[in-house]
Write a protein that binds this ligand. Structure first.
Ligand code: PD2
Ligand code: ZN
Length: 303
């Protein structure tokens, strides 16, 4: 089930302020997968929190002038006013083994809706160790993009520390960039720099979308360079003894963190539709710690 994250908070605030009715907002949330009681609680909470006078049912006029109640704007999980179902396509090669630049990578699992592919052997154990050792002393508390402003903030939904490597920063990073681009079958210049994240015990990343919500004003800051994100590859740099899976709550899917393995998911297709089924998160680490390396690909060159 979806969660009332920062994007939903913003949606609740804006639509309450626009004069939408409680009932119409609850309906919109239920249509995107919320349980009715959870939606009712979130909407009533928003009217209380933002001090907006509630306008009752969808049939009642909203304002003193008798104006019809505004309809809620598109919900965060139905991006861009998308009416037709998401059309699944994808660039990743077929087959059980994929030659990715300088390495043979095994395919362990493919899911069609959402499009998720699990790989083994993307990095060798030695390469994983090298990335961890290079990064260990440079970690900073992770930030997240505030959808309203586009600014990067430390937010409690993500309890991890991280660093970024510029694309092609040195020969080692460049080789990894090339291998990943080859595996994702997307131009290397469309990739953001690699991000390394470390989660300690209990560390987690609550469910979110990796694409920038088109309806949020803050997204334009991020899509100005390279356009929208289209796909993600999360590579696991160590084995996590318990917890720390990458979860896809809408698909009922979870991927365990195994050293050198990776999970790929694609959320923007060739028609520029966005796939809300790619809601995903990092489950709490229950034992040990968790290191990942993430590559986000854009629609155009990210320069
Ligand atoms: O740590 C993860 O498994 C994870 C899950 C979902 C990381 C990210 N998203 C991310 O960095 O976007
Ligand atoms: Zn993510």
């Amino acid at each position: 089930m979806p969660v009332v994250d920062a994007a939903w908070q913003e949606w609740l605030r804006t639509n309450a302020a626009r004069g939408c009715t409680i009932d119409s907002m609850i309906d919109a949330m239920v249509q995107t997968g919320f349980a009715a009681d959870a939606a009712a609680q979130a909407v009533r909470g928003a009217f209380d929190a933002f001090g907006v006078a509630a306008s009752g049912s969808a049939a009642s006029p909203v304002a003193a002038g008798g104006i019809e109640a505004a309809l809620p704007q598109t919900a965060p999980s139905a991006p861009g006013g998308q009416r037709t179902p998401y059309a699944y396509d994808g660039p990743v090669a077929r087959g059980n083994t994929i030659r990715a630049f300088d390495r043979d990578v095994q395919v362990l699992m493919r899911c069609e809706r959402p499009q998720v592919i699990v790989f083994a052997n993307v990095l060798s154990p030695e390469e994983c160790e090298e990335v961890i050792e290079r990064s260990r002393h440079r970690l900073k508390r992770s930030t997240i993009v505030d959808p309203a402003t586009g600014q990067e903030d430390v937010i409690r939904n993500r309890t991890s520390e991280g660093i970024w490597y510029q694309r092609g920063e040195d020969a080692f990073i460049e080789r990894l960039d090339q291998r990943i681009a080859s595996l994702m079958n997307w131009p290397v210049e469309n990739g953001e720099g690699l991000q390394i994240l470390h989660y300690g015990p209990t560390g987690e990343y609550r469910p979110h979308f990796d694409y920038f919500p088109p309806d949020q004003p803050g997204s334009t800051v991020h899509t100005a360079r390279g356009g929208q994100r289209v796909a993600t590859l999360v590579i696991y740099l160590n084995d996590v003894p318990d917890g720390g899976e990458t979860i896809f709550p809408e698909a009922g899917l979870s991927v365990a963190a195994k050293q050198g393995g990776a999970v790929y998911f694609r959320y923007m297709n060739g028609q520029r539709q966005l796939d809300p089924l790619t809601l995903h998160g990092g489950a709490p680490v229950r034992a040990g710690d968790k290191w990942i390396m993430t590559k986000w690909m854009r629609e155009r060159a990210y320069v």
